[in-house]
Design a protein around this ligand. Sequence first.
Ligand code: ACO
Length: 428
Amino acid sequence: MTQTPTTAQKATLTVGDQTIELPVITGTENERGVDISSLRKETGLVTVDPGYVNTGSTLSSITFIDGEKGILRYRGYPIEQLAEHSNFVETSYLLIHGELPTSEQYERFRQRLRMHSMIHEDMKHFYDGFPSSAHPMAILSAMVCSLSTYYPEAMESEEEVDLLVCRLLSKVRTIAGYSYKKSVGQPFVYPNNSLSYCANFLYMMFGLPTESYEPDPEVEKALNLLLILHADHEQNCSTSTVRMVGSSQTNLFACISAGICALWGALHGGANQRVLEQLQYIDESGGDVEKFVAAVKDKTSDQRLMGFGHRVYRNHDPRAKIIKDACHRLLNHLGVTDSYLDIAMRLEEVALNDEYFVERKLYPNVDFYSGIMYRAMGIPTNMFTVMFALGRLPGWIAHWLEMRDDSQNRIHRPRQIYTGEQLRNYPT
Ligand code: ACO
């Protein structure tokens, strides 16, 4: 439940001979922020914070992270407990509605996701327009934005909101499955609504219209876990994008489409694809992990150790530990030995004992091991970021709804410090 933050403390700011007091906002976990919203009005100054490293853009009651202690909680529930006991559908409900569902609410939600799994038949033709080499993230973003043309209705009542949210959650999975089929030149496989959310996705990916296909329950379990771990991460780049775009009152589909594009980048969700490409490169060039680590430390190259480092976590990423264990379990179950896993573990060991990484507090993040799991499931590398988007969707939706329902919401419009030319005349 949202709690009103306290503002008992004040911060004092002196600029030249002017001193002003600014409220200090304290959240439910005692994290504090100086409210500078009156700064410009009172002093004519703005704050400068490239990359928003130190900017709280909103109050939010969805996800709590303590980067120093390696804590991640959705709506108060520790990620470790959700990973062990929940499934992706239930966690999505939790993020979107704020509470775990009762069994009745869960059934209704699940039923709605089942009912809305198909995309309009006309949308299938959109796939014909993309080259077979198209990156599935581009397709996903375009298709999600296109959904707004099929569901242009306003979201006035709770019922309308719920319906549109379920449509989006369910159809994104189908769009992703079809993107894969398009990329391998196979016929689309319609959703099988007798299956669970994750099993149905695997069915659309790996099933064929001509053969029966039964998803492996262990793979389904692993997929649930991966999606739960990616489901939200407070004001990250893509979620902030969803909020930024939504602040101008753009529709939900367009905002999510923008979030998908933001996620695509290599420094964000695109890192999982890059991690695997890096492992492949190391493997193919002889497996010299030390040499590779030396190369990423070299400041004259812009190479980084992908899957390492995080803006917020400065101790460990709690998701990385869960994924590493799950990765071993899945590979054991499938009877897969993967040289990439060996390289990843050696990379981790070398990096964690290297002064460069220790000093900068760089640890494996959520995407260091996720790609190895996806690979073991048979998901191709260029689909990894799509998998991340599937997982992050309930988080984006929850933030979009929170922003929409916030009476304090204003269009997001940062300021700048201009550093260009001063007034000059056009040469005549
Ligand atoms: N490899 C090598 N050096 C690194 C790495 C890395 N992966 N990450 C950070 N550094 C170094 C930087 O070069 C910098 O060094 P310097 O102080 O000598 O200049 C220092 O560590 C701080 O790095 P910043 O880029 O300032 O940290 P920032 O918080 O802006 O970036 C980020 C965080 C983008 C995650 C970064 O660590 C990175 O690029 N990691 C690799 C990409 C990746 O895995 N992204 C996924 C993040 S998790 C997610 O979005 C799901």
